[in-house]
Design a protein around this ligand. Structure first.
Ligand SMILES: Nc1ncnc2c1ncn2[C@@H]1O[C@H](COP(=O)(O)OP(=O)(O)OP(=O)(O)O)[C@@H](O)[C@H]1O
Length: 257
């Protein structure tokens, strides 16, 4: 994304932010509350249209893309509100992820056609394989609502992965996870990066520092630092931004935005 700016009324949620996700790279986007992380994620997903700037993926301009077009371009994403269908089994929820891909043209032969029994079987096998990879195969026939939150998160991730994206966008993947689940998630993200690029927007510094190859730090909508974790961690501008955040948290009834 290049020189992206987003304004909400008088608030500059993002100002001239540029970033690039390299192949097989894990890119982390961090920043204090109100820094613009969610807005950036929403721009990447097509939920928010930037006022200025361009978004490209593999030489295709995506700036005006609609969220449902992502999958067809090889981009998968998970959202904080997991968006699972409660009346469908876990397996069917994951199959729906592949279905979106199919409709978006990846399996162009299937466009407008009903799937054959063989295609249906292959799709379900693929969905099972992804659930298995994420350690959630035992829940395939369960309804998502019957599962604890960390398990539902795995299902949402499986749904994003079933179409084998080239780029995976993760919005606060560690939110609500225990330390153990988070460590497991870190290992999984590293494994996934062998076959795709990953961009994660995340509050949990430990996770970001341990899994990311490259980090972009936002503050008040601006990119104040970027680089490998060890460099960003020591960056005076980053330390000052987070220190300011803590000071503001200590003050009751005061927000940054
Ligand atoms: N829909 C909106 N309408 C008006 N202002 C908004 C909207 N969304 C975000 N903002 C403002 O834009 C700025 C950036 O918000 P954003 O949610 O992107 O930050 P964030 O880094 O994700 O914050 P947090 O860590 O608290 O989730 C904030 O000042 C926020 O109040």
């Amino acid at each position: 994304m290049s020189e992206i700016s987003v304004n909400f009324g008088g608030i500059a949620a993002l100002s001239d932010v540029s970033l690039e996700v390299a192949p097989n790279q894990v890119l982390g986007v961090i920043g204090p509350n109100g820094a613009g992380k969610t807005t950036l994620f929403n721009v990447a997903c097509g939920f928010v249209q930037p006022d200025t700037g361009t978004l490209t993926w593999r030489d295709r301009e995506l700036t005006r893309l609609k969220p449902h077009q992502l999958a067809g371009l090889g981009i998968g994403r998970t959202l904080q509100g997991l968006g699972l269908f409660d009346r469908m089994t876990v397996l069917d929820n994951v199959v729906v992820g592949a279905d979106r891909h199919a409709r978006a043209g990846f399996f162009s032969g299937l466009l407008g056609l009903r799937r054959s029994a063989r295609e249906e079987r292959e799709l379900r096998e693929r969905a099972m394989a992804v659930l298995d990879e994420l350690g959630a195969a035992d829940h395939a026939q369960a309804l998502p609502s019957s599962l604890p939150y960390p398990e539902r998160k795995r299902v949402a991730l499986a749904r994003a992965l079933v179409s084998e994206p080239d780029l995976l966008l993760l919005d606060e993947p560690a939110a609500g996870l225990s330390g153990e689940d988070m460590a497991e998630l870190g290992g999984l993200i590293r494994r996934l990066s062998r076959r795709m690029s990953v961009m994660l927007v995340e509050h949990h510094m430990d996770l970001v520092m341990s899994v990311c190859d490259h980090i972009v730090v936002l503050d008040f909508g601006k990119n104040i630092a970027s680089g490998p974790p060890e460099r960003v961690k020591e960056d005076p501008a980053v330390l000052a931004a987070y220190l300011g955040d803590e000071v503001e948290h200590d003050r009751p009834a005061t927000t940054r935005s």
